[in-house]
Design a binder for this molecule. Structure first.
Ligand code: SF4
Length: 706
């Protein structure tokens, strides 16, 4: 079995140069190359036969000859010397790019460092773009001159050197030089060829490496193969092949300057040399590059994953393709290594073949988008729910990605409610449905909202089917208003009225909860017609009146605090949120004009519980009951002021929620008789009328208001 390396033979730059010269020959021009066009004696001979001459110095080239600059490129001095002459510049675009980098940075004051062989024509040419001032290094042991440590360095590489070697040299330089700008200018063609030779030679019994003996890249290939496969042969032509090869697994590769004709000859010769039933000519033809056209969709194997691009071995083609990171996936958050790994087979779209920079430019996004479009249309027709990650916010909406396909979701469709900051959705995973597909404009619109609406409706139906008064829920506070909190109890919202939020008196629901809080609520009332749900939140066991009932009994003496005063009496807090009324007549053991005459707000007093009405939440207190009654020395007549108070008269609601019966009022008729009151406190008759009667009216008004 014979395996011919896909990368065997001309690289892009060499092929371009050779083709360029043949084109000029066809035009009938007289051609002279500056140095041998390529490192291959057979090709040079063939060119010489066609009249192409080769000179080492431009000055030696006769004026009637067009000057060909080969793929290695030349320095600025050569271009200057060629001024006024016909120049056919076939410098490889990869090399020309290095010239540009070097020139620009040299002009900016950088010291140029070239990692490569100073005798190699390519390195000589690069050095010619910085006034031949570059520091050239090709050995890890070379000492870095101390004067470089003070300079800004611009480091470039000869295109054909080993990348690891370049990295080591750069690290070495960085140890002493702090300001370095590094350009990895190594050509992937060389690396790819070496990598394939390495792999092929590991699985071959015999390796044939074809190429000129002067060709450094061929020599390097041979070294690699020999290391893995002791039976490796470096041949220039088929004539150099060993006499007889009887091994089964034979690998063939060739240097960058080896024309396909020579490779073909070697393969043919092998077919006679080796008893192998395979048709080698056919094998070679199979290994030859398949013509790639712009717009082709082809399969490739990921050969290398870099930070900013992926190198893809295109099946059936001798060239590798370059897939820029932004053409790999639609998800901008992903790095190439998140998407593919070496060895993966991927489909790619050929954007350009051998363009200005000599690359096969690929796009995977185009393939994804094409395939994605079909899937999206199917999902639309089937009304299928899709899942995707929102990757970015754009004008008017967000972009979601599903199976690497981008879907636009307008802002109003991006959530169940209006979202001011669309950026806050980026990174979230959403379920959505395609609601619009425009075939002509290749436009597709998704909606998260339709899914949320459906889910909400479903939950709502379930809720109403199971809802009943008293049922408890763990609800989430969705919004607050001045009159209460709206709580989501599983797809539907109910209202917890402000009075239901706390046993304490609160001015706003925010004193108890905030949006997002989870509350343990129960249904107080529901109306399936109007879909209104009243929720309760307060716990019965926390009801201060329930607590009071277990602690307070008639006759008890309690400590309480004056919290409010009205003309007919003072309210005193016995326990938090439970107030009792000390009627004006029970504040002192004498007649007083108003409660403030004796008491003040905040004052702590002791009082006796004289009556309770738990149903109406009323407690009557008396301070007077605790004041010892002096025993009159001689008192025969009954003091009307001691007439027991009518319970109805004295019991007032202390609970603001409970209305006081209208008929509960101060009974003026029972006011102490003026002429029976102690002489020093006795008001005048006119005063009594003016004070007591309005006081009674006010009391009734207050009671109503309460
Ligand atoms: S830079 Fe690469 S493509 Fe250009 S001539 Fe050199 S090896 Fe060939």
């Amino acid at each position: 079995m014979i395996d011919v390396a896909k990368t065997a033979g001309f690289c892009y730059g060499v092929k371009r140069a050779v083709d360029g010269v043949y084109k000029e020959i066809e035009k009938g021009n007289k051609i002279a190359t500056l140095g041998h066009l390529i490192h291959n004696g057979q090709v040079i001979e063939e060119l010489e036969e066609k009249g192409v001459k080769s000179y080492d110095r431009i000055e030696d080239i006769p004026p009637e000859y067009a000057v060909v600059i080969r793929a290695h490129g030349v320095g600025e001095n050569v271009y200057r010397a060629a001024e006024g002459r016909q120049v056919i510049d076939l410098t490889c675009p990869f090399v020309a790019k290095i010239h540009k980098i070097v020139k620009e940075h040299y002009d900016k004051g950088y010291k140029i460092v070239i990692v490569g062989d100073k005798a190699h024509p390519e390195v000589i040419g690069i050095n010619g773009h910085c006034g031949e001032s570059a520091f050239i290094i090709n050995d890890i042991k070379t000492e870095i001159p101390p004067e470089l440590s003070e300079k800004q360095l611009c480091i470039v590489a000869q295109t054909t050197i080993n990348r690891e070697f370049f990295g080591e040299i750069v690290q070495n330089i960085k140890k002493t030089c702090k300001s370095t700008l590094v350009f990895d200018t190594i050509c992937s063609a060389t690396k790819d060829r070496q990598k394939e030779a390495d792999e092929l030679s590991q699985k071959s019994d015999v390796m044939i490496v074809i190429g000129g003996r002067e060709s450094s890249n061929t020599r390097k290939l041979f070294e690699i193969c020999k290391r893995n496969c002791p039976l490796s042969y470096h041949v220039e032509t088929a004539g150099d092949l060993p006499a007889k090869i009887t091994h089964n697994k034979i690998g063939i590769t060739a240097g960058a300057s080896t024309p396909s004709g020579i490779i073909e000859e070697v393969v043919k010769a092998m077919s006679e040399n080796v008893k192998n039933e395979e048709n080698f000519a056919e094998l070679f033809a199979q290994s030859e590059s398949k013509t790639l056209n712009n717009g082709d969709i082809v399969e490739g194997i990921v050969a290398e994953v870099r930070n900013n691009e992926v190198i893809v071995e295109l099946k059936g083609s001798k060239y590798n393709g370059q897939l820029a990171a932004d053409q790999l996936t639609n998800d901008p958050a992903l790095k190439p290594s998140d998407v593919v790994k070496v060895g993966d087979t991927i489909k790619v779209y050929v954007v350009g073949v051998n363009d200005g920079e000599g690359k096969v430019v690929l796009s995977r996004k185009k393939v994804i988008n094409e395939e994605g479009w079909i899937k999206i249309k199917e999902a639309f027709e089937a009304n299928k729910t899709l899942e995707g990650k929102i990757t970015k916010a754009v004008k008017g909406g967000v972009i979601a990605i599903t199976d690497d396909t981008q879907i636009f979701i307008p802002a109003r469709q991006a959530a169940g409610r209006f979202v001011q900051d669309l950026q806050s959705l980026v990174g979230t995973t959403v379920k959505y449905r395609i609601i619009e597909v425009d075939d002509r404009r290749k436009r597709v619109i998704g909606s998260v909202r339709v899914i949320l609406e459906e889910e909400r409706k479903e939950k709502e139906e379930k809720f109403w089917a199971e809802a009943e008064v008293g049922k408890r829920y763990e609800g989430v506070v969705k919004s607050l208003t001045s009159f209460g909190a709206f709580v989501d109890i599983g797809g539907v919202d109910g209202l917890v009225h402000i009075s239901e939020l706390s046993w304490n008196r609160i001015k706003h629901p925010s004193e108890v909860c905030k949006e997002g809080d989870v509350l343990d609520v129960y249904i107080k009332d529901i109306n399936p017609e109007t879909k209104k749900i009243s929720l309760g939140f307060k716990k019965v066991e926390d009801n201060p009146w329930t607590i009071a009932q277990s602690k307070i009994a008639i006759g008890d003496i309690v400590k309480c605090k004056i919290v409010r005063m009205l003309p007919f009496g003072a309210f005193a807090e016995i326990i938090p949120n439970v107030d009792g009324l000390i009627h004006i007549s029970q504040i002192a053991d004498r007649k007083i004009g108003k409660p403030e005459d004796v008491l003040s707000i905040g004052e702590e007093v002791e009082a006796q519980v004289t009556d309770v009405n738990w149903d109406d939440k009323k407690i009557s207190l008396s301070i007077r009951a605790l004041i010892p009654t002096p025993i009159p020395e001689e008192k025969e007549e009954k003091d009307d002021t001691d007439v027991p108070l009518n319970a109805e008269t004295l019991v007032y609601s202390t609970n603001p929620e409970v209305e006081v019966d209208e008929e509960i009022e101060i009974e003026p008729a029972e006011e102490p008789k003026v002429d029976e009151a102690p002489a020093e406190e006795e008001p005048k008759a006119e005063e009594k009328t003016e004070e007591t009667e309005p006081a009674a009216e006010e009391a009734a008004d207050e009671a109503d208001a309460e």
